[in-house]
Design a protein around this ligand. Structure first.
Ligand code: PDD
Length: 285
């Protein structure tokens, strides 16, 4: 839960959350015309900050916006917002700003972007795993852009919640590609498999870290497409994100995944991931 008095950043100012206000003409509000980032923070230190800022700049470039701030400016905003050493995440959002009137096309005279940042606590993940449900992907063709225009993702996640599930696994042209707000991994015959980074999915920072950790520890891993049938035959299914780390899916479409408990490969990967986090926690900046 966000604390109404917590300090957030809005357009150059630091102010309590309840005082942070944006115009109704903001293009983020009217059109979802903006991008965002979610950066996990452990022991007061952001995980993979450079990678997150690079992805933010890629998302901005994908929607034809210039970066509103330099990396050092982002770093100093994070330094001011991150309080304490509890697990938390920083949310960054940049919209195309407040135009003089509602018009789909970009404002003729450029306006200042709206820049917002806040911290949110990260809840521990349920280590016993969660249920998921598979559903046809109804999103657009540029899912590599971390756009705030999340209506399709929200509807897909809510369909999963309505089924008593924690995540929706999206199926596109017969392939399982990612979660509604997470990347996808399966284990088949002992090999970890995750789909390659294309415009169909968000290039997850957690995903890349999991791939890196697997390679460093000689765990068999392939980046390749996962057929829907393979998703349903997998010994293990996990989803990854900044907020959910590596979350085991123990039930898919009402059927147990493997033996219905988090698998041995997840156990090992999670141990390695937690070790990586602990290094960050134990080495204050
Ligand atoms: N979502 N795919 C989608 C569609 C996502 O929305 C996310 C993250 C991911 C995982 O990316 P990362 O590992 O960098 O968090 C993959 C964030 C957490 C959100 O929308 O809140």
């Amino acid at each position: 839960m966000s604390d109404n008095n917590q300090i957030v950043y809005l357009n150059g100012e630091y102010l309590p959350l309840h005082q942070a206000k944006v115009s109704v003409l903001d293009r983020g509000f009217l059109f979802g015309d903006g991008v965002y980032e979610v950066i996990p923070v452990y022991g007061g230190r952001p995980l993979r900050l450079e990678e997150h800022l690079t992805r933010l700049e890629n998302s901005l470039s994908g929607i034809r916006m210039q970066p509103p701030l330099a990396w050092d400016d982002w770093k100093s905003i994070l330094d001011k917002l991150i309080v304490g050493t509890e697990d938390q995440s920083v949310y960054l959002q940049v919209t195309r700003g407040v135009a003089p009137k509602r018009d789909h096309a970009f404002p003729k005279t450029p306006v200042a972007p709206t820049v917002f940042a806040m911290c949110t606590p990260i809840a521990p993940i349920p280590a016993s795993g969660v249920s998921a449900f598979s559903v046809d992907d109804i999103r657009w063709k540029w899912c590599h852009i971390k756009a705030i225009t999340l209506l399709a993702n929200i509807l897909l996640r809510q369909m999963a919640v309505d089924e008593g599930c924690a995540e929706a696994i999206l199926i596109k042209d017969g392939y399982a590609i990612e979660g509604a707000a997470s990347n996808l991994f399966v284990v088949l015959n002992g090999t970890i498999i995750t789909p390659p980074k294309t415009n169909d999915i968000l290039p997850g920072i957690t995903r890349d870290l999991v791939v890196e950790i697997a390679r460093e520890n000689a765990l068999p891993l392939e980046e390749r497409d996962i057929r829907n049938e393979e998703l349903h035959q997998a010994e293990e299914v996990w989803v990854t994100s900044a907020m959910r780390e590596i979350l085991p899916i123990v039930q898919l479409d009402g059927q147990p995944v493997g033996n219905g408990r988090p698998g041995a490969v997840w156990d090992r990967m999670n141990e390695l991931y937690q070790h990586h986090k602990a290094l960050l926690r134990n080495n204050p900046a």
